[in-house]
Design a protein around this ligand. Structure first.
Ligand code: ADP
Length: 327
């Protein structure tokens, strides 16, 4: 018979994502609804090892659903990669009587959770919070929708100025390993080309198509590049293109960290609320060491140890759509 959990902790870890606050709020309020004691752990695994922990009430999470960032702060923590670091974390949880953990973060944070849950009898539930949307087993990750909308807004503005001057813009969006922000924002803004880490780029083809557009006097072109594309980002792509298109007025714009900030979109607030609620239900029902995803509009509970075993792909169909619509 499973021991009933009465004290849980929640932390946000790794890269921040808009909507993390909405998830924290849902975890705290659902926990309190079920009569649990809920503890907020500051700065991810770092704060856990340092016992930077405080008890949360329903009011502790008032007025945060609309705020970007995370009230619990986030951090990257080298020590947690080591068994000694994780032992420290376990001892803190034991001392405080915390019996279950909700980790809101990306695949790195989940890998940390797997290492921890394999060594110690503290169940961990993951909530997919990452702007990169690169976690297999869920259609949504918290923060992606907001980030991609920020990118769309920025690229729309860039198109106005590109159009005024007949310029070629190479816009870099976030995504070291995943091209979803580039793909979605690129399609939504009518980009002429989209470069993503998941697929090889035919630079010759891009050059040919730009030269052909030059002949047709279509000089306004936007190429969206994920920061982790094979050429190493927008500046490198621009340098290569300029060699072959000496007449093109090419400009580079790197959107950077604005993609992480801002008020979460309605969609991100919704999925964060739903995932936070179900994460606590998992702990209560004994569905341990899974992450909470949403697949085909149903909750999907994926064993944490499966995270990273399968990668999302960007289909040929999407790339074909980009090409046809941008002609
Ligand atoms: P994200 O969760 O956004 O992918 P990171 O990859 O930086 O971010 O991971 C966040 C933290 O999770 C790391 O700083 C580290 O403390 C912990 N972590 C990541 N991978 C592991 C691992 N293999 N073993 C133990 N801890 C890990």
């Amino acid at each position: 018979m499973q021991k009933k959990i009465s004290r849980i902790g929640v932390l946000t870890s790794g890269g921040d994502a808009p909507g993390m606050n909405a998830a924290v709020r849902a975890v705290v309020r659902t926990g309190i609804y079920h009569g649990l004691d809920v503890f907020g752990i500051m700065r991810g695994y770092q704060g856990l090892m340092e016992d930077d922990i405080y008890q949360m009430e329903g009011r502790s999470v008032a007025n945060i659903i609309q705020r970007g960032g995370t009230i619990l702060k986030t951090a990257r923590c080298k020590e947690f990669y080591t068994p000694e670091g994780r032992k420290k974390a376990y001892e803190i949880l034991k001392q405080r009587g915390i019996e279950g953990l909700v980790v809101i973060g990306g695949d790195g944070s989940f890998r940390g959770a797997v290492a921890f849950s394999q060594e110690y009898d503290i169940p961990v539930i993951g909530i997919a919070g990452t702007i990169d949307k690169d976690i297999y087993g869920t259609d949504f990750t918290i923060g992606f929708d907001t980030a991609v909308n920020t990118a769309v807004e920025a690229i729309d503005k860039i198109r106005d100025t590109a159009d005024a001057h007949d310029r070629l813009f190479i816009v870099e969006v976030m995504g070291r390993d995943a091209g979803y922000i580039a793909l979605h924002s690129g399609i939504a803004t009518g980009a002429e080309n989209i470069l993503v880490p998941e697929r090889k780029t035919d630079l010759k083809d891009i050059i040919n198509s730009l030269q052909e557009k030059e002949r047709r006097k279509k000089l306004v072109n936007i190429i969206v590049v994920a920061e982790g594309d094979e050429y190493g980002g927008a500046q490198n792509v621009a340098n290569l293109l300029k060699e072959h298109l000496p007449k093109a007025e090419a400009r580079v714009c790197i959107l950077g960290h604005i993609q992480r900030g801002g008020a979460p979109s309605c969609l991100d607030r919704l999925i964060a609320s739903r995932m936070g609620y179900h994460a606590v239900e998992c702990l209560i029902e004994g569905k341990f060491n899974v992450f909470v995803g949403i697949l085909n509009n149903k909750m999907n509970y994926v064993p944490l140890e499966n995270v990273g075993k399968k990668k999302g792909t960007i289909s040929e169909e999407w790339m074909k759509i980009v090409k046809i619509l941008a002609s």
